[in-house]
Design a binder for this molecule. Structure first.
Ligand SMILES: *Cc1c(COP(=O)(O)O)cnc(C)c1O
Length: 447
């Protein structure tokens, strides 16, 4: 018991000069925990010594662990533009600044400024999307998975949804079309085989329980060779003829041209809309290059039914999402594609990437690295086998060491052919200066 008397008094302990300039509340909280733990260890006979310096160190360790908690910004030098593990689409700073006003204050989110009555949450985004596209109505939910779920739950609960076996995809390990269907209450009616489905397969599957003919974009895999799938326009006509709903889950979808012949791998939203589909949905943060969201376009009466589903209350988006999405749509309306970071990165010419890489190499000395031509992928479950040209810095030092050292400095590169690469395709040019500084810091460890 003698030892307990030596336990530091909390008031005095927190005055230790090591804690100067640190947050007082956090230091007090951590000091109490550390001292209490020490007291318990002594009482239970597991400890006898009290070293105040050691207690101070323990508190400091926990303090720095706490303040460094949280998601960290990093430089994506993997080359993969839409990288789901790295936050998918970056948002342009200017877009973010424009959206900031709406997020930081009050707004007419659900208030009609003309009638002073309750308004509709999706009214403004609806108006904006209607300028951009020829559509009847819009609904925005939390992500595209939520869009699929809401649509199936609203129109196909205890009814059948006809889908091609070749399109029963799993995306990123957690989103499986068959499982989402089951959870939504829809009955999956698989048609065709893994590599071949024709319109007759859909036709034969239609019965009195049918509700939706669905097409799913085969986002992250391709079937090479002997394969056949049915075009959406044929599924749409068949659905219309039978009084059913046609629904196309585009996955990513995109607007305008894509470089490197990518266009015919990914459905162009505008082109699909020409078929006047009952419903389509896509992600806000894949090639569309905005915030995480699931965007649904469709016939007015169908969107009205989706809005009546109580689940929407749980799947609806907040003002932060709407503010960012509205600004992205405005940028598209103005054809200010430079403000859509994903698009900007994808369209940057390799000669510009090479110039930036060479400039950087000349500053670090080319005895440790060289500028190379390489290939990368768009990512985010889009265009799985479609390589796009890029430029990288290739380092001659140990790739295992470099990968880790850069990662610890919050730069994620990639190892290819036993060399460490920093790929410029996914690096925005205003990050170059910071990257150069980090390269210098990492290389200093080798000196
Ligand atoms: C990515 C993807 C989804 C899921 O979209 P999230 O926005 O990530 O929820 C659904 N369907 C397809 C075809 C996709 O490619």
């Amino acid at each position: 018991m003698q030892n307990l008397r030596n336990i530091p008094k909390i008031d005095k302990f927190i005055q230790s000069k090591e804690f100067e300039n640190l947050n007082g509340s956090l230091i007090l909280k951590l000091s109490k925990t550390v001292i209490n733990q020490k007291r318990e260890r002594i009482l239970s006979g597991n400890d006898t010594l009290i070293d105040e310096k050691e207690l101070v160190q323990q508190v400091l360790k926990r303090y720095y662990e706490t303040v460094s908690c949280g998601t960290k910004p990093l430089i994506n030098a993997t080359g993969v533009i839409v990288h789901t593990n790295l936050g998918r689409s970056p948002i342009d700073k200017e877009i973010f600044n424009r959206a900031k006003e709406l997020v930081c204050g009050y707004s007419n989110l659900e208030y009609n400024l003309l009638t002073a009555l309750r308004g509709e949450r999706y009214e403004e985004i609806n108006r904006l999307f209607k300028i951009l596209f020829d559509i009847e109505d819009v609904l925005v939910v939390n992500n595209n998975a939520a869009a699929v779920f809401l649509i199936l739950n609203t129109f196909a609960k205890e009814k059948e949804v006809v889908v091609s076996r070749g399109e029963l995809v799993e995306i990123g390990g957690s989103f499986r079309i068959p499982e989402v269907m089951r959870e939504s209450g829809a009955i999956l009616r698989e048609v065709g085989t893994t590599n071949k489905t024709n319109i007759g397969d859909y036709e034969n599957a239609i019965n009195e329980k049918s509700s939706i003919l669905m097409k799913v974009h085969k986002s992250n895999f391709t079937i090479e060779g002997f394969s056949q799938s049915v075009e959406f326009k044929d599924i749409h006509s068949l659905a219309q003829k039978n009084g059913l709903i046609d629904y196309f889950d585009l996955g990513s979808g995109h607007i305008g041209n894509l470089p490197y012949n990518l266009s015919h791998n990914e459905p162009e939203i505008e082109k699909i809309l020409k078929e006047k589909p009952s419903l389509i949905s896509f992600s806000g943060d894949k090639l569309f290059g905005s915030v995480q969201a699931g965007i649904i376009f469709g016939k007015k009466e169908l969107i009205a039914k989706l809005k009546k589903n109580q689940l929407l209350r749980m799947l609806r988006v907040d003002k932060v999402t709407l503010a960012l999405l509205e600004e992205s749509v405005k940028a598209y309306i103005m054809e200010d594609y430079d403000k859509i970071t994903t698009k900007r990165l994808l369209h940057t010419e390799t000669k510009e990437l090479r110039a930036r890489a060479e400039n950087m190499a000349s500053k670090i000395g080319d005895n440790v690295c060289e500028v190379i031509d390489t290939f990368t992928y768009v990512g985010g479950g889009t265009m799985p086998n479609k390589k796009i040209p890029s430029i990288a810095l290739k380092f001659s030092l140990s790739p295992t060491f470099l990968e880790r050292a850069f990662r610890e400095c919050l730069v994620i590169g990639r190892v290819e052919n036993e060399a460490f690469l920093l790929d410029f395709r996914s690096i925005d040019k205003d990050e170059d200066e910071k990257l150069l500084e980090i390269i210098r810091r990492v290389l200093r460890c080798f000196e």
